[in-house]
Design a protein around this ligand. Structure first.
Ligand SMILES: NC(=O)C1=CN([C@@H]2O[C@H](COP(=O)(O)OP(=O)(O)OC[C@H]3O[C@@H](n4cnc5c(N)ncnc54)[C@H](OP(=O)(O)O)[C@@H]3O)[C@@H](O)[C@H]2O)C=CC1
Ligand SMILES: O=C(O)CCC(=O)C(=O)O
Length: 481
């Protein structure tokens, strides 16, 4: 019998024991059990949705000062506890401690940002085409929203869904990924003390197939915001559209990083290492394909190989670690499978390719780079979601742009160049939702829109002021005399 502490669901303002519990394990040290986390059953999911529905009429018409103060309080506590929460995040997900503290800081800032947004929600007041009539266009809360989040940003992604949802007057049922419930639980605990009325925020932990599916298919849930895999996202979209619920999906990427002949080589290598390997490559914005023009190709590959020798893979909490472990055995199997696929397809292994032995037993994988790859290979086309990248040689900028856009995805895309002409052209002609010039493809601000095109995203943008598109509905009122 495990002695690890138990963490319960939060439903209608009460901590509620789970129907079952599962262990949360540290991927840097498989002997380290972080805790036993509740798994909700269908009755508990339904109770959470009912609690949210009951709280909605009062919350959606509540004063904006109270909403502002509660969100601001959550943000302040997250920021004050960033080291402690960052340690928990690094322990459960495997990001290095500096990366984890950065993510916690982002989460705190997001709550502060949306505290301010409560006070800035605006509408339009227009004359009607009919004399003596005026028109008001206002925004109202959507209703009860189900938020389904992935394991790779265990506090920032819940934060960037919860904060706008609450700011605009919605009630929330959060289902975090079963692999990383610790940060979501810690966030729920902070929210539970911040002054929100009972039922406004609810946490139900457990698997996607049970808890997630119940949320998606409940006729009492008005909208679903999801981040995760393309396969699950598309199933969710079908279910939501068929019952006319609003849906917002953030899914995968196969983000290109172009390196042109005129790029600053040192800068190009550094931003490529960050794009592909930091956070163990487990970011939907990570780049796993470098498209490199012929004049710099060989120097780029050689410089990458040399730079990769100094990347230290290790325990996420140990000083000096650059890249922590892969999050789980399943993800490690996927990464190793793609390394095999790359070799089978005839790409040349330049660096990495196998497991790394550390002091503790964990899922440690060497950052891996292939060269001499082709655009048609599976390693060039499919999302791997690990520290595995490849280089494709092209003749010139035009070929690079065409190859960058030749993908089912369209989340982020980067270019390394000293040419203003090419940078501007790429900004305009890239088919990605986010474009980076001389910056890594990953690592975004918290106050501007986040999202992609094609298979990467569906529905309106997340984050920044644009978040209101999903979390509000528009009302047009005609006022006669
Ligand atoms: N774009 C991104 O940011 C992310 C992309 N991915 C991609 O997805 C791959 C697989 O990762 P994985 O974690 O399995 O991603 P999933 O899409 O399976 O999981 C994302 C979230 O959806 C939940 N979920 C799973 N199935 C359902 C369902 N039928 N109905 C409702 N909710 C569901 C999960 O729950 P639970 O896990 O608890 O069962 C989790 O909370 C990765 O290798 C990567 O390629 C993964 C994470 C983030
Ligand atoms: O790159 C970032 O900062 C955000 C990445 C992200 O949201 C994701 O990987 O899901």
């Amino acid at each position: 019998m495990s002695q690890a502490k138990r963490f319960d669901n939060y439903i209608g303002g009460q901590w509620v024991a789970g129907a079952d519990y599962s262990s949360n394990i540290n991927p840097s040290d498989l002997s380290d059990v972080i805790g036993e986390f509740a798994k909700a059953d269908l009755a508990q999911v339904d109770a959470a949705i009912d609690a949210a529905r009951a709280a909605f009429p009062a919350w959606s018409t509540s004063g904006i000062q109270a909403r502002h103060d509660a969100l601001d309080k959550v943000g302040s506590e997250i920021l004050a506890r960033r080291e402690e929460l960052g340690t928990l995040l690094a322990r459960e997900e495997g990001k290095t401690l500096p990366e984890a503290i950065g993510e916690v800081t982002r989460a705190g800032n997001i709550f502060k940002f949306f505290a301010g947004e409560c006070l800035r929600l605006s509408g339009d007041y227009l004359p009607s085409v009919r004399p003596g009539v005026n028109v008001e266009v206002t925004r109202e809360a959507l209703g009860v929203v189900g938020l389904i989040t992935p394991w790779n940003f265990p506090i920032a992604i819940p934060a960037w869904k919860i904060a706008p949802a609450l700011a605009y007057g919605n009630c929330v049922v959060l289902k975090p990924a079963d692999l990383v419930p610790g940060c979501a639980w810690a966030l729920a605990e902070i929210i539970s003390r911040a002054g929100f009325p009972s039922g406004v925020f609810n946490l139900v932990m457990g698997s996607g197939r049970v808890v997630g599916d119940a949320l998606v298919n409940s006729s009492k849930v008005d909208g679903i915001s999801f981040t995760g895999s393309v396969g699950v996202g598309r199933q969710i979209a079908v279910s939501c559209v068929s019952r006319q619920a609003k849906v917002q999906l953030e899914m995968g990427g196969k983000n290109p990083q172009i390196i042109l002949d005129d790029a600053d080589l040192k800068q190009a290598v550094e931003l490529s290492v960050q794009s592909a390997f930091y956070s163990t490559g487990q970011r939907c914005t990570a780049s796993s394909r470098f498209i490199v023009t012929a004049g710099i190709h060989d120097r780029f590959v050689a410089a990458m190989a040399e730079r990769m020798q100094s990347i230290k893979v290790g325990h996420a909490l140990h000083a000096g670690t650059d890249i922590g472990p892969v999050v789980s055995q399943a993800q490690l199997d996927q990464d190793l499978k793609y390394i095999d696929i790359g070799q089978g397809e005839g790409a040349r292994l330049v660096s990495g390719g196998g497991l790394v032995t550390c002091d503790t037993e964990g899922y440690f994988l060497a950052p891996t780079l292939f060269a001499d790859s082709e655009a048609a290979m599976r390693i060039s086309r499919e999302e791997i979601f690990g520290p595995v990248a490849n280089v494709v040689r092209v003749a010139d900028y035009e070929a690079a742009l065409a190859m960058a856009n030749d993908t089912d995805f369209g989340l982020s895309a980067g270019i390394a160049t000293t040419s203003l002409k090419y940078a501007n052209h790429f900004k305009r002609h890239s088919q990605a939702g986010m474009v980076m010039v001389n910056l890594p493809t990953a690592g975004v601000d918290y106050h501007v829109p986040f999202g992609g095109r094609k298979g990467s995203s569906y529905g309106s943008r997340e984050q920044g002021r644009y978040a209101q598109e999903f979390y509000t509905v528009v009302k047009t009122s005609y006022i006669g005399s």
